[in-house]
Design a protein around this ligand. Structure first.
Ligand SMILES: C[S@@+](CC[C@H](N)C(=O)[O-])C[C@H]1O[C@@H](n2cnc3c(N)ncnc32)[C@H](O)[C@@H]1O
Length: 293
């Protein structure tokens, strides 16, 4: 096996590039992690030192393409179906019914949901299954638009495929398994087309304000288990971008269980449901008004 040592100075150069491109921040303790994840990239690029790899990324005409491979290699894609089930129950039993009720009153039968760091797809398929379950047959009367994005192109390939093993389904109820999956071979489960067709996948870097501006009027954004990997300034930018992408009325932001907005100044209002926090956009308040208030 190819095995190269990563010096502290090269580690700092590479983590700087990663941070610039994605907002991901690797602490000093991650030096070994980076070396392990990048040995394979050096081998593929036929380079023998990390310094050469750094210069390749920065100055080679193919450097930009390789930077994407670097981000794919360092992003943590851990996820599974129905992760943080308490939160998803709140989405199912409180937020969705409230949204549907309010929208029905206004005669607007549309629902827009964004899984903003969808990784290999388990989160967004879980959301689509919940929406399908709650709406039941009425789903044909609703315009349901579910968007799923991630910075990692390799994670998105798996997400679009929608093929999973037992481990990804470890928290999935049998009723969901039977209803929304087809067995594929002896060990895999394929998400059914009726769920897949509700979702549009694409690549978005959440730190990049311009690309997040394409996503507007969302009713719910799931931005879970990502800001904890970012530096503080990038966290702020992502939260600001999420605020902008939400619907003016009744827009909800879901963060991961280990994440919160305590250290990030933002106009979001925390709402407490059985000990779980969901953040709500202040009704009728845009970012500029909120900043001026
Ligand atoms: C741990 S996974 C979270 C998956 C899912 N949201 C969940 O909670 O199970 C974190 C994801 O964030 C993505 N990510 C990291 N930085 C990002 C950025 N700047 N923009 C978009 N996605 C990013 C990674 O590629 C990875 O797939």
């Amino acid at each position: 096996m190819f095995n190269n040592t990563l010096s502290l100075s090269d580690f700092k150069l590479l983590r700087g590039l990663i941070n610039e491109r994605s907002g991901i921040f690797l602490s000093d303790a991650k030096q070994n992690f980076l070396a392990i994840r990048l040995n394979y990239r050096l081998e593929t690029c036929k380079l023998s030192t990390f310094k050469e790899y750094y210069y390749y990324l920065k100055y080679d005409p193919k450097g930009n393409e390789e930077l994407q491979n670097l981000i794919n290699a360092v992003s943590i894609n851990e996820t599974y179906f129905f992760r943080d089930s308490e939160q998803l129950n709140i989405f199912k039993n409180h937020i969705l019914p409230t949204l549907m009720n309010n929208k029905s009153k206004q005669g607007k039968r549309e629902l827009k949901i964004w899984s903003a760091a969808c990784s290999t797809g388990e989160e967004v398929y879980s959301l689509a299954m919940i929406v399908s379950d709650v709406l039941g047959r009425a789903i044909v009367d609703w315009d349901v638009e579910i968007t799923a994005t991630d910075i990692s192109t390799s994670a998105l390939v798996s997400a679009r495929r929608g093929l999973y093993d037992d481990y990804a389904l470890r928290e999935t109820k049998l009723s969901y398994l039977n209803k929304y999956f087809e067995k594929s071979g002896s060990e895999k489960y394929q998400v059914k087309n009726e769920i897949k067709k509700l979702i549009n996948f694409g690549q978005i870097n959440l730190v990049n304000t311009l690309s997040t501006r394409r996503i507007i009027n969302m009713d719910c954004i799931f931005c879970r288990n990502i800001i904890m990997y970012l530096d503080m300034e990038s966290r702020r930018r992502v939260i600001e971008n999420m605020y902008r992408s939400l619907n003016q009325n009744d827009g909800y932001l879901f963060l991961g269980q280990a994440e919160n907005l305590r250290e990030i100044e933002s106009p979001f209002q925390p709402r407490y449901y059985d000990g779980t926090i969901i953040y709500q956009k202040q009704v009728g308040v845009g970012l500029l008004e909120a900043e001026a208030a």
